[in-house]
Design a protein. Sequence first.
Lengths: 214, 214
Amino acid sequence: MLDISDATARAFSRRQHLAFPADRMEYILRVEAGWLARYTRLASGQRQITAIYLPGDYCEPHWIIDPTSTEWIVALTPVKATAVSLESVMQDAGTYPELARKILADLVRMLARQSSLVVALGRKSGVERLSAVILELYDRAAAIAPDGEVDAMPLTQGDLADIVGITPIHVNRILKDLRGRQVLEVQRGAVTVTDPEKLRFVAINGYFPHSDAI
Amino acid sequence: MLDISDATARAFSRRQHLAFPADRMEYILRVEAGWLARYTRLASGQRQITAIYLPGDYCEPHWIIDPTSTEWIVALTPVKATAVSLESVMQDAGTYPELARKILADLVRMLARQSSLVVALGRKSGVERLSAVILELYDRAAAIAPDGEVDAMPLTQGDLADIVGITPIHVNRILKDLRGRQVLEVQRGAVTVTDPEKLRFVAINGYFPHSDAI
DNA sequence: CGGAAGCTTGATATAAGTCAAGATCCGTGG
DNA sequence: CCACGGATCTTGACTTATATCAAGCTTCCG
């Protein structure tokens, strides 16, 4: 069981797991640096990522209500995180509900994000889905960047494929196209948004109807 | 503003809306009878349903944390629901946290369901998605049925299409096929599961690999 | 009893997947 | 310091699942 003295930063390396399904958790991690993913694995072996956590986020905020992990949590980059024991959140809840309130607010944001991911996966084309997801991450990254400058976002084309539910090969082709339209740049293991507004347009409307140019 | 005296059943007719995006809510509805859907509409006019509420569910439980409606809530059937004022939940929270705890538990369940919907939409084929969604609803309906007997589930083929993110035409073809395999029966505006275990198999594995028969 | 909502089916089109083959980068061990 | 091997990316050719278009039917509500 963790206590306050444990509330110091812990380090995780890229591709290291922070939790597994059925784990009984005794703390919640607040991400200080690095990116995390939450995913499920299907019978077929395929992976579907259902959430991304960025610095400032409480990872799996619902653990304060039901402390059972249901999915895999993995570090997409080297990560630093501080653990807050559930016990202490619960105790504070009565007297200083600040922390509990913040965590619950995160929970609601997460629900909203999942909802819009459902909409994207259910009803949008490849370009639109990919654009929508990259844009959402861009906006979140911009919100926490000290100067609003977002640098390369540490996502493999395989990671992106597992978020938007398409083939990495197809992700590659879409990215190539978006790169050609000067919307973003692609590095090995990362994507950099160069024109957020164009990206926002594509995420909502796709390419112009009856046209190939943006 | 609602008070306790308002906590009596209200009636809504089929296709009537209970909330709209940006509405500021002052209460949460507990569904007593009937089915509800929560949905988003895209720029293209398409609809994507992101949640279904059944009797016993608290509709939009996250309103107790942020009382702003973000999507449309519509009755899929005639509905009876009782309103609980957020004010009273908040007041009770300190002294009798029972109600708040129940609502938060519902919120966590909802998050889990959305997560598995993301997985279905992202990584499963038409049959698998449709089977998974129908099965989930079947299981929920069975859990609240007094004798475990689930009757026809009130979903239009168009509704199903808007949950699983495929065309109503394609839903029709898949249902025809599942009907042929004796998994379920189809009525106008409703679906009846006749072989839940077969359905469960298809939801997880699809049809047998390298085979057309189940 | 008329019309809208819902269902059904066929023919055709297209977005995305699959298969295949290489190229490139990068961390690690010798 | 270099070499090796795995992870990642890239591109082309071909296949397939699902969408689109079109038409007609049925049921039910007002």
